[in-house]
Design a protein. Structure first.
Length: 199
């Protein structure tokens, strides 16, 4: 799993979920996407591995860079989209923490909490884990390009981490996380948040 490269929203610490402004990668994000593509190509034995991206622009652009390095065309699966933050889309997380600390605490701790027009974690979890199941059965190696919340949702599922603690998992922009799925359906995490290719 690869998190998308940075956008101006990412750099500013602003939320950008499903249904939000949907910005493109900035110049640094495009550099990160190319670096992530080179790292993925070096890691996998099958350079024709399928690449699946969310439908959001920054993931599509990152996925296209990776797919180009592997000589394949990326496929879009919107179930890998970032969580919809409703009326918080476009807002600075720092400002939300200062002005709405109780609501932000509820968002982070209560899986059923959602903002007006937004999506609760339990709904995101259902679609992301369905997408993970599809990707896990799609081939020996599959590259998924997505967003922070979907990636940590898969990690929390595999590791048994409660929802209120998933925020402790780091997934830096353009980082790689590898999950190995066995023939018996069991999963293990090989590594998380690898950013060695960005140095």
């Amino acid at each position: 799993m690869v998190r998308h490269g940075v956008t101006d929203f990412t750099a500013a610490g602003r939320l950008d979920g499903r249904g939000g402004p949907d910005p493109s990668l900035n110049s640094e994000g495009r550099r990160q996407a190319r670096a992530a593509g080179a790292r993925v190509r070096a890691l996998i034995e099958d350079n024709a591995a399928p690449v699946i991206t969310s439908s959001m622009r920054r993931a599509v652009e990152t996925g296209a860079a990776i797919a180009g390095m592997l000589g394949v065309r990326a496929q879009i699966d919107a179930d890998w989209d970032e969580q919809c933050f409703g009326d918080w889309d476009g807002e600075s997380v720092g400002l939300l923490a200062a002005r709405h600390p109780q609501e932000l605490r509820s968002f982070r701790e209560d899986p059923h909490y959602s903002r007006p027009g937004g999506e609760a974690h339990v709904l995101l979890q259902a679609r992301v884990l369905a997408a993970f199941e599809r990707a896990s059965s799609a081939g020996d190696t599959v590259v998924v390009v997505s967003h922070r919340k979907p990636i940590v949702t898969v990690l929390s599922h595999v590791l048994g981490i409660p929802h209120d603690r998933i925020w402790r998992l780091a997934t830096t922009p353009a980082s790689l996380t590898v999950i190995e799925v066995g023939a018996d359906g069991g999963s293990s995490v090989a590594f998380v948040n690898d950013t060695s290719h960005l140095r």
